[in-house]
Design a protein. Structure first.
Lengths: 280, 342
C-alpha cells in the first residue's frame, strides 16, 4: 500500500524476498509441488490395497511404512495433499467471496440490515462447529462438495465481520463522500470503492483460516465425514491407523498427522510474516 | 446502591434475552437443516426403501403437514424436553444424554482448569517480558499448539505414555474397572470418589482423565495465551500504568493492582468462547480415548444413521456455550465498573 512509496528499490525487493523466501513460504511451496507431482514422486498407487504387505514399518522400500490395507503411507500422504489443500483453499475462498461483499455492504449501509446480519453471524459463530457439521452431514449426506460448502459456511461470518469493521470508518471518508456526490449507486460504491480498501487484513486472515480449515477437514474425515476410506486424505488416513497405535504401530497414523501439522504450522507462520511485512 | 442493583437486573435481563435469541436461532436453523435441506425419512430408512414404507413414515411423522405446523410442533416438543428416541439405544435421547453428560462435563471442566492454569500465566509472562527470550518461546509454543491437530496429538500421547512408557491406563473409558464407580452425587467421578472417600477410585479416575484432558486443552491454550498477552501489552502501554511507574510505585503493585484487573475482561470473554471450543473438541477427543460422553454418543449415532441424538447434542452444547457467555457477561459487570454505567 501507500507506505512503501518512500523506500528504495533494493529495500522493497528485500521486503518481498523476506516474505516469499521465508521458511513457511518454502514449506508451503513444497506441499504444492507434492500435490502437483505426486505421480512422479512415487512408484505406488494411493488406493490399491496390497494385503500381503500389511503394517510394514518404515523401510527403504516404504519410507513411511504401509498401513493396515498394505498401502504405501508415503504415497498416500503425497496424494492426500491434493484433497486437503484444495478443499481447504476452496472453502476459505468461497467464504470470502460470500462474506466480504456482504460485510462491506453491512458496514456501509448500517441500519437494520447491519443489525440483522450481526445477530445472524453471532448465532453462526455460537455453533459448536464440528457438531453442527455432523448434523448437516447427517441431513444432506457426506461428500467432498458438502464438506467444502460446510467449511465455507463457517468462514462466511469471519470475513463478513472483519470486512464490516474495516468498512465502518470508510463510510465517512472523503473519497467515499466524493464518489457519492459523483452519483454512484450504493452497490457500485460498495464494490468499487469500499471493498478494495478492506482487502489487506483479509490476506493475513486467509492463511490462518486455511490452516484452521485443514484441521477441520482432517478432523471431520477422522470421524468418517467428508472424505471416505480408502481415498487418500490425511484425516481418514489417521482414522485408518488410529486403532493400531495402542499396539505400537505408530506410522500409519503418525505421518499423515505430521503432514497436516507442518502445513498448518507453515500457514500460521506465513500469516505472521505477512503482518510484519505490512507494518515495516 | 438500589440504583446499581436495578441496573444490574436490567443488564442481566438484556443478556438473558440475547441468550434466548441465540438459542432460538440455533434450534430454528437445525430445524431448517433437517426438514428443508434433508428429509428426515431418508435419514431414518435410507434411500432404498419402497415408496409405501416411505409414505407411511411421512404420514406418521407428520411430515405431510405444512412446514410452519411442523415447526411449531418441533419447538413445542423441544420446550418440553422431548428430543426424540434414539434408534440404536431404543431409549429417549434425553435419558441417554443425562447418562453421558457428566463424563463430558468432567472432561471439559478438567481441560478448562488446565487452560486457565497454563494459558493465563504464560500470557502474562509473555506480555510482561515483551520482546524477551521468554516472550518468543511462549509465542512459538502457542503457534505450535494452534497448528497441532488435536486428535492426532491424542494418538501421540497414547503411543508415548501408554505403549512405550505405560504411565497411563489404556484409552478406554473413565475407570480401570467400571464396577468401582462411586455412588453418583454429581456424576463427576473425581468429586464423587472424594465424597465417598475411596481414594483408589479417585486415582484411577484421575489417571484416566489426564491424557484426554491435556489433549482437549492443548487446542484451547494458544488462544488464551494470545489474548491475555495482547490485551495486557496494550494495557501496560497506557497512561494509567506508565504514570504510577514514573512516580516510582513498585512494579508488582502496579501490575497486580491496575494492569491485571483490566486485562481480565477480554480474558473472561475468551474463556467463554473456549467453552464452545472445548464442547466441540470433545467429539474428536472422546473418539480417540473411547470416553463415554456426548461426543462419542453423537459419533456412534452417526454411524447408525441416527440423527436425533446428533441434533440433541448440538442443542445441548449450544446451551452450555450460551450459558458460558452469560457467566462472562456477569463477570464483566462485576470486574469492570464501566459496564455498570451503560
Amino acid at each position: 500500500m501507500g507506505h512503501s512509496g518512500g523506500q528504495t528499490g533494493v529495500a522493497r525487493r528485500q521486503r518481498w524476498r523476506g516474505l516469499f523466501l521465508s521458511p513457511p513460504a518454502i514449506i508451503l511451496a513444497v506441499f504444492v509441488a507434492a500435490a502437483l507431482f505426486a505421480p512422479f514422486l512415487t512408484p505406488y498407487d494411493p488406493v490399491t490395497p496390497f494385503l500381503a504387505e500389511r503394517l510394514q514399518p518404515p523401510s527403504f522400500l516404504h519410507w513411511f511404512g504401509t498401513d493396515s490395507l498394505g498401502m504405501d503411507v508415503f504415497t498416500r500422504v503425497l496424494y492426500a495433499t491434493r484433497i486437503d489443500l484444495s478443499v481447504a483453499v476452496a472453502s476459505v475462498l468461497l467464504g470470502i467471496i460470500i462474506g466480504a461483499p456482504v460485510g462491506a455492504l453491512a458496514g456501509y449501509a448500517r441500519g437494520w440490515l447491519d443489525d440483522v446480519l450481526m445477530r445472524l453471524t453471532e448465532i453462526m459463530q455460537a455453533f459448536p462447529q464440528i457438531l453442527f457439521a455432523m448434523a448437516l452431514f447427517a441431513a444432506v449426506g457426506s461428500s467432498i462438495w458438502h464438506l467444502i460448502l460446510i467449511l465455507a459456511f463457517f468462514n462466511v461470518p469471519v470475513y463478513l465481520r472483519m470486512v464490516r469493521s474495516s468498512a465502518l470508518p470508510l463510510r465517512e471518508s472523503e473519497f467515499v463522500l466524493a464518489a457519492r456526490c459523483a452519483g454512484h449507486s450504493t452497490l457500485s460504491l460498495v464494490i468499487k470503492h469500499i471493498l478494495p480498501n478492506t482487502l489487506v487484513p483479509i490476506f493475513s486472515q486467509f492463511s490462518l483460516s486455511t490452516a484452521y480449515a485443514i484441521q477441520m477437514v482432517a478432523g471431520l474425515s477422522f470421524i468418517g465425514l467428508g472424505v471416505h476410506i480408502p481415498e487418500a486424505e490425511w484425516g481418514s488416513m489417521i482414522n485408518l491407523g488410529a486403532g493400531y497405535v495402542i499396539f505400537g504401530k505408530w506410522w500409519p497414523a503418525f505421518f499423515p498427522g505430521m503432514a497436516a501439522f507442518v502445513a498448518s504450522y507453515a500457514l500460521h507462520g506465513l500469516s505472521r510474516r505477512w503482518k510484519e511485512f505490512l507494518v515495516t | 446502591m438500589r440504583e446499581t442493583l436495578l441496573r444490574a437486573a436490567g443488564y442481566l435481563l438484556k443478556r438473558l434475552g440475547s441468550v434466548c435469541l441465540v438459542l432460538f436461532g440455533i434450534s430454528s436453523i437445525t430445524f431448517l437443516v433437517t426438514r428443508v435441506l434433508g428429509n428426515p425419512v431418508y435419514l431414518l430408512v435410507g434411500h432404498q426403501q419402497s415408496p409405501e414404507i416411505v409414505n407411511n413414515l411421512i404420514q406418521r411423522m407428520g411430515l405431510d403437514r405444512p412446514l410452519y405446523q411442523q415447526y411449531f410442533r418441533y419447538m413445542w416438543s423441544l420446550l418440553h424436553g422431548d428430543l426424540g428416541i434414539s434408534r440404536y439405544t431404543f431409549r429417549p435421547v434425553l435419558d441417554d444424554i443425562a447418562l453421558r453428560l457428566p463424563a463430558t462435563l468432567e472432561l471439559v471442566l478438567f481441560a478448562m482448569v488446565l487452560v486457565i492454569l497454563l494459558g493465563i500465566p504464560l500470557g502474562i509472562l509473555a506480555a510482561v517480558r515483551r520482546g524477551s527470550w521468554w516472550d518468543h518461546a511462549v509465542q512459538a509454543v502457542s503457534q505450535l499448539g494452534a497448528s497441532v491437530p488435536n486428535f492426532w496429538l491424542g494418538l501421540l500421547l497414547i503411543y508415548f505414555l501408554f505403549f512405550l512408557v505405560p504411565l497411563f491406563p489404556p484409552p478406554l473409558g473413565r475407570l480401570d474397572d467400571p464396577g468401582q464407580a462411586p455412588a453418583t452425587v454429581t456424576g463427576l467421578l473425581l468429586l464423587d470418589s472424594l465424597w465417598a472417600a475411596t481414594f483408589h477410585t479417585f486415582s484411577s479416575a484421575l489417571r484416566h482423565l489426564v491424557l484426554p484432558g491435556v489433549t482437549l486443552a492443548a487446542g484451547a491454550v494458544p488462544a488464551t495465551i494470545n489474548i491475555t498477552r495482547d490485551s495486557l501489552v496494550q494495557i501496560l502501554a497506557s497512561d494509567f500504568i506508565r504514570t504510577p511507574r514514573a512516580y516510582g510505585v513498585e512494579k508488582r503493585t502496579v501490575y497486580f493492582r491496575y494492569a491485571l484487573k483490566n486485562a481480565l475482561v477480554p480474558v473472561t470473554t475468551v474463556l467463554a468462547m473456549t467453552t464452545g471450543f472445548l464442547m466441540s473438541g470433545t467429539v474428536l477427543v472422546e473418539t480417540v480415548y473411547s470416553w463415554p460422553g456426548l461426543g462419542l454418543y453423537a459419533v456412534t449415532a452417526m454411524d447408525h444413521f441416527d440423527y436425533e441424538p446428533i441434533i440433541a447434542v448440538v442443542l445441548i452444547s449450544a446451551l452450555f456455550y450460551a450459558a458460558a457467555y452469560l457467566v462472562a457477561d456477569v463477570l464483566h459487570f462485576i470486574i469492570d465498573p464501566r459496564f455498570r454505567v451503560r
